[in-house]
Design a protein. Structure first.
Length: 301
């Protein structure tokens, strides 16, 4: 019985969010495609030391892992299949810098819990999708970057007054994505929270809108995007309570690819593409462009 109720709520919620939350509300603003940078494809670029790059060259295009339900970061248009957002732009600027036409890049949606396996199995060449660099993950994959610094935060309904920070989560139903650092942090540091996990944050947000959960927790960059789409119904509360440096995931042993992506990020931060891309995507959720964090070119392993 309970299962059936949850299933109905989910179907309703998905319908509600695709209709932008509220009946009669204007369509949410997508990225400003007219303001996106044009990336110049590096000619004659070669990376013979990278097995991943060689495989992609033979194939003729890159395959990049991403998210498809994170507003202004990585979103897939269900009709056209096109991906847009800040992470998608990061993936494209890197593609151009390492000699691929960014418009031929094939994006593949990979959930938080499946990123390491996708990189290890060669399903994708690299991954750009709110992917926090940390030492545990570095045992399994390599990370170029960081290219952005986020922090864990909380999303609640606008009528919520009790939850102002993670200290208020005891006995509350809190939703996050399986395999994510925010999920792991609540589990470890706030064990009194009633934690539930789904593959995707959009499912958590649907559950929040239908009163199945009391809060959604993940990075502020993701949550402000959801809140910006339905500002009457959702709000981000409190101060960020972690540091989530976003990296580009690469196969662990492919140091040549990792360093080439570090170079690409640095060049695009210098030439203004990074800021232009931010302003046309993630900047639309209301946070002005920060300074990108310094690249951490850690030694080859
Ligand atoms: N940045 C966090 C992580 O990598 C949360 C966002 C996500 O799940 O992609 O786990």
């Amino acid at each position: 019985m309970r299962r059936a109720l949850v299933a109905t709520a989910l179907v309703l919620a998905v319908a509600a969010t695709t209709a932008c939350g509220k009946e009669g509300s204007p369509p949410a603003k997508g990225p400003r495609t007219d303001r996106l940078p044009q990336y110049t494809v590096a000619t004659g670029f070669k990376l013979p030391g990278s097995p991943t790059w060689n495989k992609a060259k033979k194939r003729g295009h890159l395959i990049v892992g991403a998210k498809e339900d994170q507003p202004y970061l990585g979103e897939k248009d269900p009709a056209s299949g096109r991906y847009t957002g800040f992470d998608i732009e990061i993936a494209k600027m890197v593609a151009a810098s390492i000699g691929f036409d960014p418009n031929t890049t094939v994006f593949k949606t990979i959930a938080s819990a499946n990123r390491e396996t996708a990189l290890q199995n060669g399903q994708i060449d690299y991954y750009v999708g709110t992917y926090t660099i940390n030492d545990n993950r570095k045992k399994l994959v390599g990370f170029a970057g960081p290219y952005y610094l986020a922090g864990q935060s909380l999303l609640v309904r606008s009528d919520e007054n009790d939850i102002k920070g993670p200290q208020d989560l005891a006995g509350k139903r809190v939703c996050s994505a399986a395999g994510s650092t925010p999920y792991q942090r609540i589990e470890a540091d706030y064990p009194k929270a009633d934690l539930v996990a789904y593959d995707a944050y959009s499912v958590c947000v649907d559950n929040l809108l239908t009163y199945q959960v009391d809060a959604v927790t993940t990075d502020d960059a993701i949550l402000t995007g959801y809140a910006a789409k339905v500002p009457d119904e959702l709000k981000v509360v409190g101060k960020p309570f972690s540091q989530e440096p976003y990296g580009i995931g690469v196969p662990r042993s492919d140091n040549a690819l990792r360093f080439a992506i570090d170079d690409a990020l640095e060049a695009n931060e210098k030439n203004g593409n990074w800021k232009k891309a931010y302003d046309a995507t993630l900047g639309l959720s209301g946070v002005p462009a920060p300074q990108p964090p310094p690249i951490d070119r850690y030694p080859a392993s």
